[in-house]
Design a protein around this ligand. Structure first.
Ligand code: SAM
Length: 224
């Protein structure tokens, strides 16, 4: 965009206030253009962020949130921890934590490699740890910074009662997530975004029609 045709986005009376005291017409003109360029750049940045967050902000909706609470409650009938793969900012973690009993361990695993608002991995992790500090301090919730692949390779604790899969959504990743759940004999295996083609394919190959859905959450139970 050339300085000549910068859209005027600033209210003229507001602009007048900003430029009060600047008398020289050429200087006023230049400053006005600069201000409009800055504001347009900022609005463009906001718009780009808005487009990126159309992916439902990457988290569960209200129906799915309640579904996760019920699933965590159900998992408390079994021994073993609840495992979440894909924490993001911890909204689904909160649903699982609300549904479980306090003494039930909940491990939530994230590599902090993706978020819908474009912040750095370090800020993403920091924000998530701060948001979840009540749960991590008092409710037996542990955030594990790791890739799912590494976490699966090193897993040596008891069979989980529930694994909730919501990290990478491509076929190979979801297949690997499900295979982990089966290898460690999780009583309940579930995950988000059943509407994603790769997710659907991996789930159908693994469980056929032996699943229930709650919104876009798919759920498999042993002996179902
Ligand atoms: C869709 S978000 C999770 C949303 C969250 N469960 C919720 O509902 O609020 C996906 C998360 O998985 C993480 N992730 C992606 N691939 C991963 C992998 N291979 N291992 C661990 N975490 C991963 C990303 O960093 C991101 O935070």
């Amino acid at each position: 965009m050339s300085a000549k045709n910068v859209p005027k986005v600033l209210d003229s009376s507001f602009l007048e206030k900003l430029l009060s005291g600047v008398k020289e017409p050429a200087q006023r003109d230049l400053l006005e253009k600069q201000l409009n360029i800055s504001v347009n750049t900022f609005l463009g940045f906001c718009h780009a962020r808005e487009d990126q967050t159309k992916f439902k902000d990457g988290t569960v909706n209200n129906v799915e949130f309640d579904g996760l609470k019920r699933l965590a409650k159900e998992a408390c009938k079994f021994k073993g921890p609840i495992i979440e793969i894909g924490t993001l900012f911890g909204y689904s973690t909160m649903a699982l934590a609300i549904g479980k009993t306090k003494n039930k361990s909940l491990y939530t695993v994230d590599s902090f490699t993706w978020n819908p608002i474009g912040i750095t991995s370090r800020r993403h992790e920091e924000l998530t740890r701060k948001s979840l500090c009540f749960l991590t301090e008092t409710q037996n919730v542990k955030i594990i910074k790791n890739s799912s692949t590494d976490f699966y390779a090193k897993y040596d604790i008891e069979s989980p009662s529930l694994i909730f899969i919501d990290a990478a959504h491509d076929y190979e990743s979801v297949k690997q997530d499900i295979e982990f759940g089966r290898r460690v004999q999780s009583n309940i295996i579930c995950g988000h975004d059943y509407n994603w083609p790769g997710v659907k394919q991996a789930v159908e190959e693994s469980f056929g029609n032996m699943i229930e859905t709650i919104g876009e959450i798919w759920v498999w139970r042993e002996k179902s």
